[in-house]
Design a protein around this ligand. Structure first.
Ligand SMILES: *[C@@H]1O[C@H](CO)[C@@H](O)[C@H](O)[C@H]1NC(C)=O
Ligand SMILES: *[C@@H]1O[C@H](CO)[C@@H](O)[C@H](O)[C@H]1NC(C)=O
Length: 481
């Protein structure tokens, strides 16, 4: 049994002493107290006092000479700072997996924070042969992503194009009246969706009225206060695959690159015919971001009878549509609405998930699948919670009027590796999503575990092997046996 140290370099975000202020509290609704993340006890600490991947170590608890399949092993992680002192508080974000490269086998490990500088990772042994432990420090507890997310909502900004008869204007838009918008002398055009109540703001154009807004697109990234050179740190299987199942931990594992679900009796769909007969007579409405568009693309590539229609829409934000008239399948993918980082597209093509769902009759031939998180990592948690609440209301109403509708939610996946998105931010949103939909008879396709323990390099767009396994799990719920 080999124990391997794979502590990735911590992504430490430094703040200038005078570049920003820490905002130490965030408001969470009572049901979301599970989202609170322990913060370091002091507000300013030196970089060499933050958790270091070079001095942090881990050991197998009570090692034995042999193990059997089904055993649980525990690994104790001792966090230390850059000066080799043991940490006395928690809040570091670790990701743990057990893997065997030769067998293309891996499983997710659950990490528990003991809030005293130690953590335990537990793994279930699920295949015969060797297994190695990998623990990665994704963020030290001193990393200030939480504060940054809450107080700086326009680090990603958007552009709106307004059109008149022979004149057009481009202005900055965003999901909140952010500083960047408020600074503008004529703030703002406000767009409130009549049904979902979602708000969107654009800087008021100089000549054209607010109603002249036609196109939406990605503006840019602005992270002016990040990564300063100053050394100061502002801290900051026998079950049928049906809706309503809890996600166990681990939710499954890879062996020979195939995911075995521990949640329910999932199947593999190796041929186009098997996929097509599973999807026969289904109308699948997919709403989300590019990580769900990968499912659409995978299905299109794998099932030759599925033909894509040319709707002359954006390849990036859709809507996209494919049909298989022999098997009576209709597949639609569209972006989840604003905010979405995309090339310039007609804003009328961007529909909120809740309003799409409200316009759907549903029923036994209807499958709704959505994912929403990756374009929300730059906004305060509240923005995301509000959006989820609207979607939840719409899904609840759909399941009430048409209980046979199958609703699936693709969880967040790992692989974000920059300051606009990080696995820690994704994780927080993903926890919120799971809490929000816990009581509803919907399916959560847990791709977090599937991506975090796979051997392929971190990528916000998971590799083909992972997508195949994600889609197989999705199909297992569409036609359960
Ligand atoms: C740790 O960092 C602080 C602040 O930069 C510095 O003053 C101190 O000398 C460092 N300690 C060691 C042992 O390197
Ligand atoms: C930390 O807490 C855990 C769980 O309560 C305990 O088992 C462990 O001994 C503690 N370690 C230290 C260094 O205090």
């Amino acid at each position: 049994f080999g124990l391997v140290v794979v502590l990735a370099k911590s992504l430490l975000i430094l703040y200038c002493r005078n570049g920003c202020l820490c905002v130490p509290t965030i408001q969470l609704s009572p049901s979301l107290t599970q989202l609170t993340w322990p913060a370091p006890p002091t507000s300013m600490i030196a970089a060499n006092q933050t958790t270091s991947p070079y001095t942090t170590s881990y050991d197998l608890q009570n090692p034995r000479t042999s193990y059997s399949v089904g055993d649980i092993i525990t690994v104790v992680i001792t966090a230390r700072d850059g000066l080799k002192n043991s940490k006395t508080y928690g809040g570091d974000f670790f990701q743990a997996k057990l893997f065997n490269t030769k067998l293309k086998a891996s499983v997710y490990g659950e990490v528990t924070d003991h809030h005293n500088g130690t953590y335990t990772a537990t793994f279930k042994l699920l295949w015969e042969g060797q297994a190695k432990v990998s623990i990665r420090l994704i963020h030290s507890s001193e990393a200030v992503l939480l504060r940054h997310r809450e107080r700086d909502p326009d680090k990603v900004f958007f552009v709106g194009v307004f059109r008149g008869v022979d004149h057009q204007e481009k202005v900055v838009c965003n999901a909140q009246r952010s500083e960047r918008l408020l600074k503008a002398s004529q703030c703002c055009c406000e767009y409130k969706h009549p049904i979902s109540g979602e708000l969107w703001f654009c800087h008021r154009p100089s000549y054209l009225p607010c109603s002249a807004w036609v196109d939406h697109g990605m503006g840019g990234y602005q992270a002016c206060v990040w990564m300063c050179v100053d050394a100061c740190v502002c801290k900051g299987m026998s079950v049928k695959c049906v809706p309503g199942l809890d996600t166990p931990s681990p939710a499954g594992f890879y062996l020979h690159d195939t995911w075995t679900s521990l949640m329910c009796h999932a199947q593999s769909f190796p041929t186009a015919n098997q996929i097509a007969s599973c999807l026969k007579d289904k109308q699948v409405l997919m709403m989300g971001d590019s990580t769900l568009r990968q499912w659409f693309e995978y299905l299109l590539k794998t099932v030759p009878t599925l033909k894509k229609l040319n709707l002359y829409t954006s390849a990036q934000s859709g809507p996209l549509e494919a049909v298989d008239t022999c098997n009576n399948i209709r597949l639609v993918w569209r972006a989840h609405g604003l905010p979405i980082r995309t090339f310039m597209v007609p804003r009328a093509d961007l529909h909120y998930i809740a309003s799409e769902v409200d316009a759907l009759a549903g029923g036994q031939h209807s499958v709704v699948v959505f994912t929403i998180w990756a374009h929300f990592t730059t906004f305060p948690l509240y923005t995301y919670l509000k959006r989820l609440a609207g979607i939840r209301r719409a899904i609840q109403a759909l399941l009430q009027r048409a209980p046979q509708t199958l609703v699936l939610i693709k969880s967040a996946n790992t692989g974000y590796k920059d300051i606009y998105g990080s696995d820690w931010l994704s994780w927080q949103l993903d926890c919120a999503l799971r809490v929000m939909f816990r009581e509803l008879p919907v399916v959560i396709i847990d791709v977090w575990q599937m991506t975090s323990c796979h051997y392929s390099p971190d990528n916000i767009h998971p590799s083909h092997e992972v997508i195949k396994n994600e889609v197989d799990l999705f199909l297992s719920f569409v036609c359960p046996i």
